[in-house]
Design a protein around this ligand. Structure first.
Ligand SMILES: Cc1ncc(COP(=O)(O)O)c(C=O)c1O
Length: 391
């Protein structure tokens, strides 16, 4: 009897994924603010700006009409507009039939992993890396295979590392992000081409997370779409277009995957939120506004690159793109969680401990998000400098 009751309350092993520790930092920051303290928020990876005015206006207009389901693959005019974006940004002709609209890139990962992999399949990901990659794979019964990246290879998976991991135990897929989270590093186009070539030569499916494209400062980001028709490209309106809460993204798929993904999306979600799709299409007309926002990030990046070494944090990874700076704090602490907690409580600067992104070496790193304002960046540098005794 008791056993039956207990069984009714048990959750599946696959749902037992770890929490996102940045949430703990956010909660601690909220407590400080509730008590009247002021916190500079550099912990959450999202733009401070709103969606383009064009997107907001389109959504307002649409609200007076009927908001109905759309086709599972997305509104045709949005799919065509996304295809055109590849022409505008990369000079690449893309067939709209290969574009699928998704509920943020997050649902793109679920759809792609379901369509590409069987339970037990092994998928390589970089460490440090975005935690949900491994947690989604695990929840779907796949095995994430972390490949440790280092400064020697600009913190990206190399061809040699991929092939060595594949020889050790066969891989079914590899997922790469450039610009990456949490590191903000980018993979050079030639290295990306080599990696795709090596993967596909071994029958390893290539997935490219291009969510931070458009936010590239060191050199232009290359799309995997130019290098392979078989790669799965995942993207989103969340970062460049400042539309995190709208929950809207897209995938560019090999032709053979479109129908399987359509069937999955029909069953899992019916369609993507219609209002967000309408706003997203209009967002492309707001690129001039988003370029202004990007220039703000560039200025923030400059302030941190120049200011943090003076404040005492001299070691960080190449600050190539996205809006992250991944700083080595090992000169001050072996416990990045404790370091971030003290920095929050004593300096009023919230950042994310690296252990979220790299369980093995993340205790030496802290991620700063520089998507806020320039005055906030100046103040953060001053506060950190003062706190570390350099100000
Ligand atoms: C590297 C990376 N990929 C994907 C996502 C998911 O974003 P969304 O589902 O909003 O598109 C994020 C969010 O922070 C991210 O940093």
């Amino acid at each position: 009897m008791l056993d039956t009751a207990r069984r009714l309350l048990t959750t599946s092993a696959r749902s037992n994924v770890p929490p996102f520790m940045v949430m703990d930092v956010m909660a601690a920051a909220a407590r400080i603010e509730a008590a009247g303290g002021r916190v500079i928020h550099m912990e959450v990876g999202q733009p401070a700006a709103s969606a383009p005015a064009t997107a907001i206006a389109a959504a307002r207009r649409a609200l007076s009409g009927r908001i109905a389901y759309t086709e599972a693959l997305g509104i045709p005019s949005l799919r065509a507009r996304i295809a055109r974006h590849y022409g505008d940004l990369y000079g690449l002709a893309v067939d709209p039939a290969r574009v699928v609209v998704t509920t943020g890139s997050s649902s793109g990962f679920i759809l792609a992993f379901l369509a590409l992999f069987e339970p037990g399949d092994r998928v390589a990901i970089a460490s440090p890396g975005y935690p949900p990659y491994r947690h989604i794979l695990t929840a779907l019964g796949c095995e994430p295979v972390a490949i440790e990246t280092t400064a020697d290879t600009r913190w990206e998976i190399t061809r040699e590392q991929l092939l060595a991991a594949h020889r050790a135990a066969p891989l079914n897929g590899v997922l790469v992000a450039s610009p990456a989270n949490p590191t903000g590093t980018m993979i050079k186009p030639a290295a990306l081409a080599e990696l795709i070539d090596a993967a596909e030569g071994e029958g390893i499916r290539f997935i490219s997370d291009e969510i931070y494209h458009g936010l590239d400062y060191a050199f232009p980001a290359e799309t995997a779409a130019r290098l392979s028709q078989r790669a799965v490209v995942i993207n989103s309106f969340s970062k460049y277009f400042c539309m995190t809460g709208w929950r809207i993204g897209w995938m560019l798929l090999p032709e053979a995957l479109v129908r399987p993904i359509e069937r999955l999306q029909q069953n899992l979600a019916i369609s993507v939120p219609t209002l967000a799709q309408i706003a997203a299409e209009a967002a492309f007309d707001g690129r001039a506004e988003m370029e202004e926002v990007k220039h703000g990030y560039e200025e923030n990046r400059r302030i941190l690159i120049e200011g943090l070494p003076r404040a005492g944090l001299a070691e960080f990874l190449p600050v190539d793109g996205a809006f992250y700076l991944y700083a080595d704090v090992s000169a001050f602490s072996d416990d990045s969680f404790a370091f971030a907690k003290r920095m929050l409580e004593e300096a009023g600067v919230a950042a994310t401990p690296g252990i979220d992104f790299d369980p093995a070496r993340g205790h030496h790193f802290v991620r700063f998000c520089y998507a806020g304002s320039a005055p906030e960046m100046h103040e953060a540098v001053a506060r950190i400098g003062h706190w570390l005794g350099r100000g």
